[in-house]
Design a protein around this ligand. Structure first.
Ligand code: PLP
Ligand code: CA
Length: 302
C-alpha cells in the first residue's frame, strides 16, 4: 500500500495532466541536469512538450549564473532554451529591486557571485562586492575602523564560495547602519550541487550568517517566494491552475507551486527520495511524483 497521498505518474493520468496544463515550470538542478551532467531523456521530453504547444519556463534557485550564462549552459548540454525562458534567483533579485522602484543612484552590496552582479547591471543597478571582495581581508587590531559605503540601500545574499569575514562585516554594517537598507536573499536552499558527485552548503548558510549578525529576516526572491510566482504570472498571464511546477525539492519547488495553486510533479532524480516523500514527518505532498521527466515522454509514447 502507498504511504503517500500523491499519485505516481502513469499511462492513465499523464494524458489528463498534459491536456489540462498550458505551461510547465521546470526546476533545473535535479530535473534537467545534476551539476553539469544532463539527466537522461530530457531533450526529447522538452521537445515533445513544445510540439504540443506547451509554454516552458525554467526556474532555478542557483544564483551563481545570470540568465544568459544559464542559457549557455542549456545550449552546451544540447537543449535550445532562450534567456527569456529562464528565471534564476539572480534575475529575481534584480527584478525585485526594479518592481519595488529601488533608486538606481543607491548601490547594492552583493555577497554572492557574478550572476547577481550581471543581472543587477542589466536592470540598471550598481552592484558592489561579489567576487571582487573574495580576496579581501580584515584588520582586527586596535584603532582600526572598518569603513562601508553609506549609499548602499540593499544587500543581496546568494551562494558565495568565497564568503569571508570582510564580506560578512560589510553586509552586516550596511543592513544595521544604512537607514532603510533592505536585506534580500536569492534563496535559502540548504544544499546545492556545486559539483556532480556531492552536495555542498547552499545559499541558506550564507543567508543564515547575515541573519545571525543582523538579527533580521531577509526578503526571499527565489523559490518558494510569492514574489517570483507573481512575477511569472504577470509575465505569462496563464492561470496558476493551468501551470505545472516540476521539481526535485519539496520545500522550494513543490511548495512554490502549491502555494499558488499550480499542479505539482515531484521527480525523484534529484535530492528527494521516495522514502523522504513517504516519511510521516514530511507534510509537503505533490499532486504527482515520478522518477524523472523523461517518464512523461515514455508514458505518452508507451
Ligand atoms: N543553489 C546552488 C548553489 C546550487 O548549486 C543549486 C543546484 O545546483 C541550487 C541552488 C538549486 O538549483 P535548482 O533550483 O535549479 O535546483
Ligand atoms: Ca532542484
Amino acid at each position: 500500500t502507498s504511504k503517500t497521498n500523491c499519485k505516481r505518474l502513469s499511462e492513465t493520468n499523464v494524458g489528463d495532466l498534459l491536456d489540462s496544463v498550458d505551461a510547465f515550470l521546470f526546476d533545473c538542478d535535479g530535473v534537467i541536469w545534476k551539476g553539469d551532467t544532463l539527466i537522461d531523456g530530457v531533450p526529447q521530453t522538452l521537445e515533445m512538450l513544445r510540439s504540443k504547444g506547451k509554454k516552458l519556463v525554467f526556474v532555478t534557485n542557483n544564483s551563481s549564473k545570470s540568465r544568459k550564462q544559464n542559457a549557455h549552459k542549456f545550449q552546451s548540454l544540447g537543449i535550445q532554451v532562450t534567456e527569456e525562458e529562464i528565471f534564476s534567483s539572480s534575475f529575481a533579485a534584480a527584478m525585485y529591486l526594479k518592481v519595488n522602484e529601488f533608486p538606481p543612484e543607491k548601490k547594492v552590496y552583493v555577497i554572492g557571485g557574478e550572476g547577481i552582479i550581471e543581472e543587477l547591471k542589466l536592470a540598471g543597478f550598481t552592484g558592489i562586492g561579489g567576487p571582487e571582495d573574495g580576496k579581501k581581508t580584515v584588520q582586527l587590531k586596535a584603532n582600526t575602523f572598518f569603513e562601508h559605503d553609506k549609499s548602499v540601500g540593499a544587500v543581496v545574499v546568494g551562494i558565495d564560495p568565497y564568503i569571508n569575514y570582510y564580506k560578512l562585516q560589510y553586509g552586516t554594517l550596511c543592513i544595521r547602519e544604512n537607514p532603510g537598507c533592505i536585506f534580500i536573499a536569492t534563496n535559502r536552499d540548504a544544499t546545492g550541487n556545486m559539483t556532480d558527485l556531492q552536495e555542498w552548503p547552499g545559499a541558506g548558510c550564507m543567508v543564515a550568517a547575515i541573519c545571525g549578525s543582523t538579527q533580521k529576516e531577509p526578503i526571499v526572491v527565489g523559490k518558494p517566494s510569492t514574489f517570483l510566482m507573481e512575477f511569472l504570472q504577470k509575465k505569462y498571464n496563464i492561470p496558476t491552475g493551468k501551470m505545472c511546477m516540476v521539481g526535485d525539492r519539496l520545500d522550494t519547488d513543490i511548495l512554490f507551486g502549491q502555494n499558488a495553486g499550480c499542479r505539482t510533479l515531484l521527480v525523484l532524480s534529484g535530492v528527494t527520495s521516495q522514502s523522504t516523500l513517504e516519511d510521516p514527518s514530511n507534510h509537503i505532498q505533490p499532486e504527482f511524483y515520478t522518477n524523472q521527466i523523461s517518464d512523461i515522454f515514455d508514458l505518452i509514447n508507451h
